[in-house]
Design a protein around this ligand. Structure first.
Ligand code: COA
Length: 172
């Protein structure tokens, strides 16, 4: 039997913390489906297509990784993708309450799918996508937070956003 898991998130953008979790997940599962939530409520900086591209590039050297985008219920995707488990990361105790609630609601909706919690390397435990975006937007160095390709894409994106804001200001 092929052991397959879903690793969902917004990944706006993927960080080394996420990548670390994917690599750890591959020790337990033959295949990992990285599932990018469209998540308009979070107002992502990157489009879903950008996020798919960045994760595909970041995981190119890893066999058994598939990248998909999804809308709607996570457990619906989990069933459609025929996975046995959902992987979630616990960076600190503060993650636990939200993760517990999510795992329990997902179990209620789909009892046959297990949630597996994994702990990323301590050196990545302070990372989050929004903190990386914030540091980059304020001109800070994000080397060591995200893979090089994502660093380039993030800088490009922030330049575009700034240009758009300036154009809108001068037009108003
Ligand atoms: N390394 C670095 N950062 C990490 C991390 C790790 N290992 N693990 C989590 N994070 C960060 C993320 O970057 C994110 O940062 P941000 O808030 O600054 O963007 C933050 O922790 C939260 O990430 P995550 O827990 O993955 O949440 P999410 O919002 O990215 O994804 C979904 C949540 C998409 C999995 C969840 O909303 C979902 O399942 N949605 C589908 C709808 C559904 O089924 N709902 C019912 C069940 S809840």
């Amino acid at each position: 039997m092929i052991r397959k898991a879903l690793y969902p998130g917004t990944f706006d953008p993927l960080t080394y913390g996420h990548l670390d979790l994917i690599q750890r997940g591959l020790r337990l599962f033959d295949q990992i489906v990285v599932a990018i939530a469209n998540n308009p409520a979070k107002k992502p900086l990157f489009t879903v297509a950008d996020r798919v591209d960045m994760i595909q590039v970041a995981t190119k050297g890893l066999s058994g990784v598939e990248v998909v985008a999804f809308d709607g219920l996570l457990v619906r995707l989990a069933k459609a993708a025929d996975v046995q488990a959902i992987i979630r990361g616990l960076r600190a105790v503060s993650d636990f309450e939200y993760e517990l609630q999510m795992a329990l609601i997902n179990r209620k909706l789909s009892p046959e799918i297990e949630t597996v919690f994994m702990i990323p390397a301590g050196k990545h435990s302070y990372l989050s996508s929004s903190i990386v975006r914030e540091v980059a937007s304020l001109g800070g160095c994000i080397k060591g937070f995200v893979p090089e390709y994502i660093e380039t894409k993030l800088k490009e994106k922030l330049r575009t956003v700034k240009t758009d804001i300036n154009l809108n200001k001068s037009g108003s």
